[in-house]
Design a protein around this ligand. Structure first.
Ligand code: ATP
Length: 601
């Protein structure tokens, strides 16, 4: 299943109301409780002001126009204007405060999620596509933000509005009030039946939109592969299908809405007509005044607005529940690899490493990937990890960096179990250069300083020279200040490798882990990389996932990994003498090199 489809299946848009989540969401409002209480008071006051308008109008008609009393008309007209001005001022204030609070809550929530995500272990990221995690930080926080800021206030406002109107209508004339609600059951049936369909279509429209985004993202990221395999036409078909689904869902939602809402208005209108009809008879009979009946109808008109606003808040509430579940799932995930309660800072290390009967599995339901791995490395030694693909070389390195903790056995650095050392003190003294080193958007200098922001300019320049990065930098338009764009896309593979060397050299780790690049670069860059490597490795304990025979031969210790076990270990000479797996590997590589030489000569 592609990531996009997986996302669609997984991301349910609405969940039933859950009090536990609600309480937890409300906790984000707690720091702003004073401001929010003030907002509620203002909103309620505004509501009362607004509810007084029809009554004032009724007085203007009956006592002003009816009795031809200009003083009443002027006084009440001015008070209407005053009410509008005060309402406008109060709405301005509460809109500002609500938005301010909403943004603060979103800010807090996003920040909390981001901080938490960064601390999570690799295992969390293993099973989750990046797009999905990103949508939690953006879309899901927005859904929660919208509810706890706009939604809840709307709820308070509209419920009081509705209650106020009903009370006033019954207070004015209970018989007319009962008459005006005669159409309510029919209205309820229509809304209850159609509303879920409309919501469903909107939700399908949103999820197909996120599928469109996912598809676009995948295509842009993989455009080289797309074009290389001439997949444009297949991709077009796939995109067309998702695009059509989105169009259909949107059209269905719009069609339903444009049918139902006028219908709702019409039913409301019928209710009003009934009131007007009976009201008119009573006005003619002299039992009711004209102003009274106008005010009554005005209140009736106001009745439908809050109803529709409340049903919107209700679906906002359900979608916030789904978002809350996803967000709290992330926030409740504890980092697996973390400092133990008795962890202490690792003092400056010499770089001795010992694996003792280490076993490991990535997933508790899957078999072990490493079995009983044991070896000892003295400070400053160079270790080459060799073996077939999927044998477990990177896994050994992952355990050394404590990206994962060993399932069984122990791992010691300078005699101290890594589980007793704080993660920061451990990782500060280790450096890692992967095959395709991740380069961040920013300048060459910013990338180099990534592991050591305090480095002086002199140290930076020296490190650049040592790893032959200076020659690369000399060719760049702005030297070290050149922007390298996202993932270092402005640099070649070899240049990125040298920059990664520079970065790790500047952070000066005692233990260095290196995944030797397999991708071929030109002979000159290759030579620079090899020279840079010698500088980088000097005086440090180094673990190299090695592919070149020359690197392997130079190592003090070679670990031959096969099926998650150390099949052989020792120096090149010792292992060659054994005539085992390693000797075979070397012979195969030599014969391959010979055939390449023969073919090219
Ligand atoms: N994050 C992960 N989650 C689950 N299984 C994994 C994960 N990473 C690796 N594996 C599995 O663990 C085994 C060892 O993988 P590892 O990456 O350590 O091999 P390797 O020797 O470094 O291979 P290569 O030379 O191809 O990089 C493989 O079977 C692989 O499928």
């Amino acid at each position: 299943m592609s990531q996009v489809e997986w996302d669609m299946d997984e991301d349910i848009e609405e969940k039933p109301f859950n009090m536990k989540y609600m309480r937890r969401m409300l906790r984000y409002l707690y720091p702003y409780r004073r401001l929010m209480s003030l907002v509620v008071v203002i909103v309620l006051f505004n509501m009362l002001l607004s509810l007084s308008e029809p009554i004032i109008l009724a007085y203007i008609i009956d006592k002003g126009i009816g009795d031809k009393n200009f003083a009443v008309i002027t006084a009440l007209g001015i008070s209407l204007l005053g009410i509008r001005l005060v309402s406008w001022l109060f709405s301005w204030m509460h809109t500002r405060w609500i938005n301010f609070t909403g943004q603060r809550i979103l800010f807090d929530l996003r920040q909390q999620l981001f901080n938490h995500l960064q601390s999570l272990s690799f295992r969390f990221f293993d099973g989750r596509p990046a797009g999905k995690i990103m949508s939690r930080i953006t879309n899901d926080t927005n859904a929660i933000g919208e509810l706890i800021n706009g939604g809840l206030i709307t709820m308070v406002m509209e419920v009081t509005h509705l209650l106020g109107i009903v009370i006033i209508l019954f207070w004015m004339d209970w018989q007319l009030a009962l008459l005006s609600f005669i159409m309510m059951p029919l209205l309820y049936v229509i809304v209850a039946k159609v509303r879920p369909k409309i919501e469903g279509s909107w939700s399908r429209s949103r999820s197909t939109m996120s599928a469109i985004n996912g598809n676009l993202n995948e295509t842009i990221q993989g455009i080289r592969v797309v074009q290389a395999f001439s997949r444009q036409s297949n991709n077009n078909d796939k995109f067309n299908e998702i695009n059509t689904r989105n169009k259909k869902a949107f059209m269905r939602a719009i069609t339903l809405e444009s049918t139902v809402y006028p219908l709702v208005e019409m039913i409301g209108m019928i209710g009003t007509c009934i009131v007007v009809w009976f009201g008119a008879i009573r006005v003619i009979d002299g039992a009711l005044s004209l102003g009274f009946i106008m005010a009554f109808i005005n209140y009736l008109w106001r009745f439908w607005g809050p109803l529709s606003a409340l049903s919107k808040v209700y679906s906002q509430l359900l979608s916030a529940m789904a978002s809350a579940e996803r967000i709290f799932e992330v926030l409740d995930t504890d980092s697996e690899v973390k400092n133990s309660s008795n962890a202490r800072a690792l003092p400056p290390i010499d770089g001795g490493v010992e694996f003792e009967h280490v076993s490991f599995r990535y997933d508790d339901n899957k078999p072990n990937v490493l079995h009983d791995v044991s070896f000892k490395v003295k400070p400053g030694q160079r270790v080459a990890l060799v073996g077939p693909t999927g044998a477990g070389k990177s896994t050994i390195v992952n355990l050394l960096m404590r990206f994962y903790d060993a399932t069984d056995g122990s791992l010691r650095i300078d005699g101290m179990d890594v589980k007793n050392a704080t993660l920061e003190s451990l990782r500060k003294q280790m450096g890692i250069v992967l095959q395709d080193s991740f380069i961040f958007a920013g300048t060459v200098e910013q990338n180099m300083r990534y592991g050591n922001e305090e480095a002086t300019d002199e140290q930076l320049r020296k490190a650049g020279e040592s790893v032959r990065l200076d020659r690369v930098v000399a060719q760049l338009s702005d030297g070290y200040a050149t922007e390298v764009e996202e993932r270092g896309s402005k640099l070649s593979v070899g240049q990125r490798q040298l920059l990664a060397f520079g970065r790790v050299l500047l952070s000066d780790p005692r233990i260095l882990i290196l995944d030797e690049a397999t991708s071929s670069v030109d002979t000159e860059t290759e030579q620079h990389i090899q020279e840079a490597l010698q500088t980088l490795l000097a005086g440090r304990t180094a673990f190299i996932i090695a592919h070149r025979l020359s690197t392997i031969r130079d190592a003090d210790l070679i670990l031959v990994v096969q099926d998650g076990r150390i099949a052989e270990q020792g120096s090149h000479e010792a292992l060659m003498k054994q005539s085992g797996l390693y000797a075979n590997l070397v012979l195969t590589q030599l014969s391959m090199q010979e055939s390449v030489i023969l073919q090219t000569s």
